[in-house]
Design a protein around this ligand. Structure first.
Ligand code: GDP
Ligand code: ZN
Length: 318
């Protein structure tokens, strides 16, 4: 019987099967996954095949197959081994929450996130949260950002998780899909989840960060049902969106507006840095490409660490 993994707690998995029931399941045998050295063979969001076994009055599931993943997000293991931990699989949509201040979200952070999401084939929608709290000037700056990213092709919505502004639009996008919320700690991920699905009652960061202090947090991702259709994967404590190594010749694949121009570059292996007759640099000079995007492109190419990725240990994905 087919099933979807909703929760993992080490060696046991909660899966929801085709029959609508939740089975506490374990894995049978060893799974070898192509090209991934992972500490966890089965991740939240995985589509699996299970058999059932009844012992006494309990029926448990036995996972015997993992179906191909359409995408997944990973985290490097804390130890120095090359192992990775799969946070979640089969994500239909990521929402990147950004705010003007409290906390500020830099364009570098946004672009790094978008590049990673492109590389993972996860469509991303940008949510500008806390619009209720902006001055006219701040609002103007966020509007500029929204236009910049819309021009590239990303959906951008100004919302307020607190007042409920445009939350209906977010729900509409989430309907019948598996979503994740990402962004710096404090941007309002928990508040938004609670506005969308009050029954989940997710702790907002003030509470959960106090809670984190002085204790080891092994946090597991968990998928929740949405009452209007669809699921959300809640994964507290994750820094960013995983790591991908992208070589400089393919980086432009993940900047959609650069990629579109690439055929017009004189050299077909142009990386848009020092080459003559480069369509990307021409577009930059003509103000058709945002300087912030080009700057992010160079930074990612040079492998510079994003300060905001390092400094914020609580930056997480909800
Ligand atoms: P998380 O760390 O991303 O989960 O952020 P939280 O949901 O914990 O929110 C951090 C703080 O921002 C809390 O004090 C929230 O009340 C506040 N907050 C969240 N959304 C909004 C919003 O739309 N407007 C305003 N003014 N504050 C918000
Ligand atoms: Zn070029």
């Amino acid at each position: 019987m087919k099933a979807v993994v909703y929760k993992s707690t080490g060696s046991w998995y909660h899966v929801k099967a085709e029959d609508g029931r939740i089975y506490n399941s374990r894995i049978k045998g060893k799974f070898r996954l192509k090209g991934i050295k992972s500490t966890n063979p089965v991740a939240v969001g995985d589509h699996v095949e299970i058999d059932t076994e009844t012992k006494g009055d309990e029926t448990i599931g036995v996972i015997n197959k993992i179906l191909d993943r359409k995408n997944y997000i990973i985290r490097k293991s804390v130890n120095l081994s090359k192992q990775t931990h799969i946070i979640a699989a089969n994500i239909d949509l990521a929402f990147l929450l950004i705010t003007h201040n409290n906390p500020p979200t830099s364009t570098t952070f946004i672009d790094r996130f978008l590049v990673t999401a492109e590389a993972y084939h996860i469509p991303t929608v940008i949510l500008i949260n806390k619009v209720d709290a902006y001055s006219l000037e701040e609002f103007g700056e966020m509007k500029y950002l929204a236009e910049l990213y819309r021009e590239i092709g990303y959906t951008c919505i100004g919302i307020s998780a607190e007042t409920g502004e445009n939350i209906d639009k977010v729900k509409e996008l989430m309907k019948d899909k598996v979503s994740v919320f990402a962004g710096h700690s404090g941007v309002g991920k928990s508040t938004l989840v609670n506005a969308i699905e009050p029954e989940l009652n997710i702790k907002t960061s003030e509470i959960s960060e106090q809670h984190r202090q002085g204790q080891h947090t092994t946090t597991f991702a968990e998928m929740h049902e949405l009452h209007f259709g669809g699921q959300i994967i809640d994964t507290p404590g994750i820094r960013g969106f995983g790591v991908v190594d992208i070589d400089k010749y393919t980086l432009d694949n993940y900047f959609p507006e650069f990629f579109k121009l690439k055929p017009n570059c004189k050299f077909n292996n142009c990386i848009h840095v020092d080459e003559p007759k480069c369509a990307v640099k021409q577009a930059l000079a003509d103000d058709k490409i945002a300087y912030s995007r080009y700057k992010s492109y160079l930074q990612i190419m040079e492998g510079e660490e994003d300060e905001s990725f390092r400094k914020d240990p609580y930056q997480d994905l909800r």
